[in-house]
Each structure stands twice: as structure tokens, then as C-alpha cells.
Design a protein around this ligand. Structure first.
Ligand SMILES: [Ca+2]
Ligand SMILES: [Ca+2]
Length: 207
């Protein structure tokens, strides 16, 4: 499956990211990409670099917990993978991107079936009209355990911000989210305007 919704740059970046098997390989494939702190950055496509923030900060843990509760995850076990602070739209005010996942599995492994109370998501915190808002960029929530019938599975995904890049050259950064499931992955590029988050491109590979 490959959906192309806009221009050539996206095709190049998608081809680059698709099944790249990690940041280091992608960096070898194309000179516009460099890797810092485990994230992909395009040197031409990067007017502002994200800062990596401590994932144990109580304020963010609280934000994540409150959001999960709105998705019926009761008494959530909050596990934040990364927090990035970057000015997406270039207005001088930094936005915050929070990548979160808990499937109660070892390391970064994703189970074939989602356990009760499991989830993964990417949240965007930003100031809109003088107020801080929390918005879901991508994610899924499993208040109840998936019930397997005849060996069926639901293949939940872990969502994570892997890059912030200005891919269409309008001065605003797009958010690149990787989602991994038990034997595949998808890369999705989101445009995050103050009013809405929209998908620009999605590339999947795997079973
Ligand atoms: Ca901003
Ligand atoms: Ca842009």
C-alpha cells in the first residue's frame, strides 16, 4: 500500500523512510538526512531542530494520564518514550510532541494481541489562542484485552515521532510518525496546524 497525496519531495522522503530498518540505514541512503539523538533530520528541510526533553517530568506524565483517561484507559500505567520540544509553525512559541506506548511487553516489542489497558499515541501540546491544548496526532487505545478467536489477533501498533521536517518548504514542520506492529511498520506524515491535524502521506510495509 502506498498513498501519495502531494508532490515529489514526499515521494523521495517516503522511499527513503520506507522499510529503511532504522535511522542509521536511512542516513546512509540519502545525503539530506542526518541522525541526531536517534531522530531523522533533513539538513535542507530543517529550519528548527527539536530538543529532547526529560520523559519523567510530572507535568507531562499528568497530561498523558489525563488524556488516556478520556480514552477509557482506567488508572493508566504511563510510559513516555520521548518528548520533543520544537516550534512547528515558526511563530516563536514551541510546541511539544509526546510519544507514549505501553503494551506491557519487554523493551520495544509489540504483542500480536493488545492487553487490557494498553495504548500507544503521539500527543501534541501547543498554545492556541492563549490556551494550552492537547491534541492527538495518532494513536490507539485498548481499555479491554483483545479476545482471540481461532488464533485471530489485532496487531496493535507503537506510535513514535521519528522526525520533524519541513517537507513542502512552507516554513512549517511536518511531523513524521512511525508505527510498528508485530511484523510490519508504517510511516505517516502529518501536517499539524493549530486548528487541525491532517495526514499528508502514509507508507506501509510488512505483512
Ligand atoms: Ca509554534
Ligand atoms: Ca511544511
Amino acid at each position: 500500500m502506498m498513498k501519495i497525496t502531494i508532490g515529489k519531495t514526499f515521494v523521495v522522503v517516503a522511499a527513503l523512510l520506507m522499510c529503511a530498518g532504522g535511522a542509521s540505514l536511512a542516513a546512509e541512503l540519502h545525503p539530506i538526512v542526518e541522525v541526531q539523538d536517534g531522530y531523522l533530520f533533513g539538513s535542507n528541510a530543517l529550519p528548527r531542530k527539536p530538543k529532547v526533553i526529560d520523559t519523567t517530568q510530572k507535568a507531562y506524565v499528568d497530561v498523558v494520564r489525563d488524556f488516556l483517561e478520556t480514552k477509557e484507559i482506567k488508572q493508566p500505567k504511563v510510559k513516555i518514550d520521548s518528548i520533543l520540544r520544537v516550534d512547528l509553525d515558526g511563530d516563536g512559541e514551541e510546541e511539544v510532541l509526546i510519544s507514549v506506548a505501553n503494551y506491557f511487553a519487554k523493551a520495544d516489542r509489540v504483542p500480536m494481541r493488545s492487553p487490557a489497558g494498553s495504548y500507544s499515541m503521539v500527543l501534541l501540546r501547543r498554545v492556541v489562542a492563549g490556551k494550552v491544548e492537547t491534541r492527538l496526532v495518532a494513536g490507539e487505545f485498548h481499555p479491554k484485552a483483545y479476545v482471540s478467536k481461532e488464533g485471530s489477533f489485532d496487531a496493535p501498533s507503537i506510535y513514535k515521532v521519528i522526525a520533524t521536517l519541513d517537507l513542502d518548504g512552507d516554513g512549517k514542520l511536518e511531523v513524521v510518525v512511525g508505527s510498528n506492529y508485530y511484523e510490519g511498520e508504517e510511516i505517516t506524515i502529518y501536517r499539524c496546524d493549530p486548528k487541525k491535524v491532517e495526514t499528508l502521506l502514509s507508507v506501509a510495509c510488512g505483512a
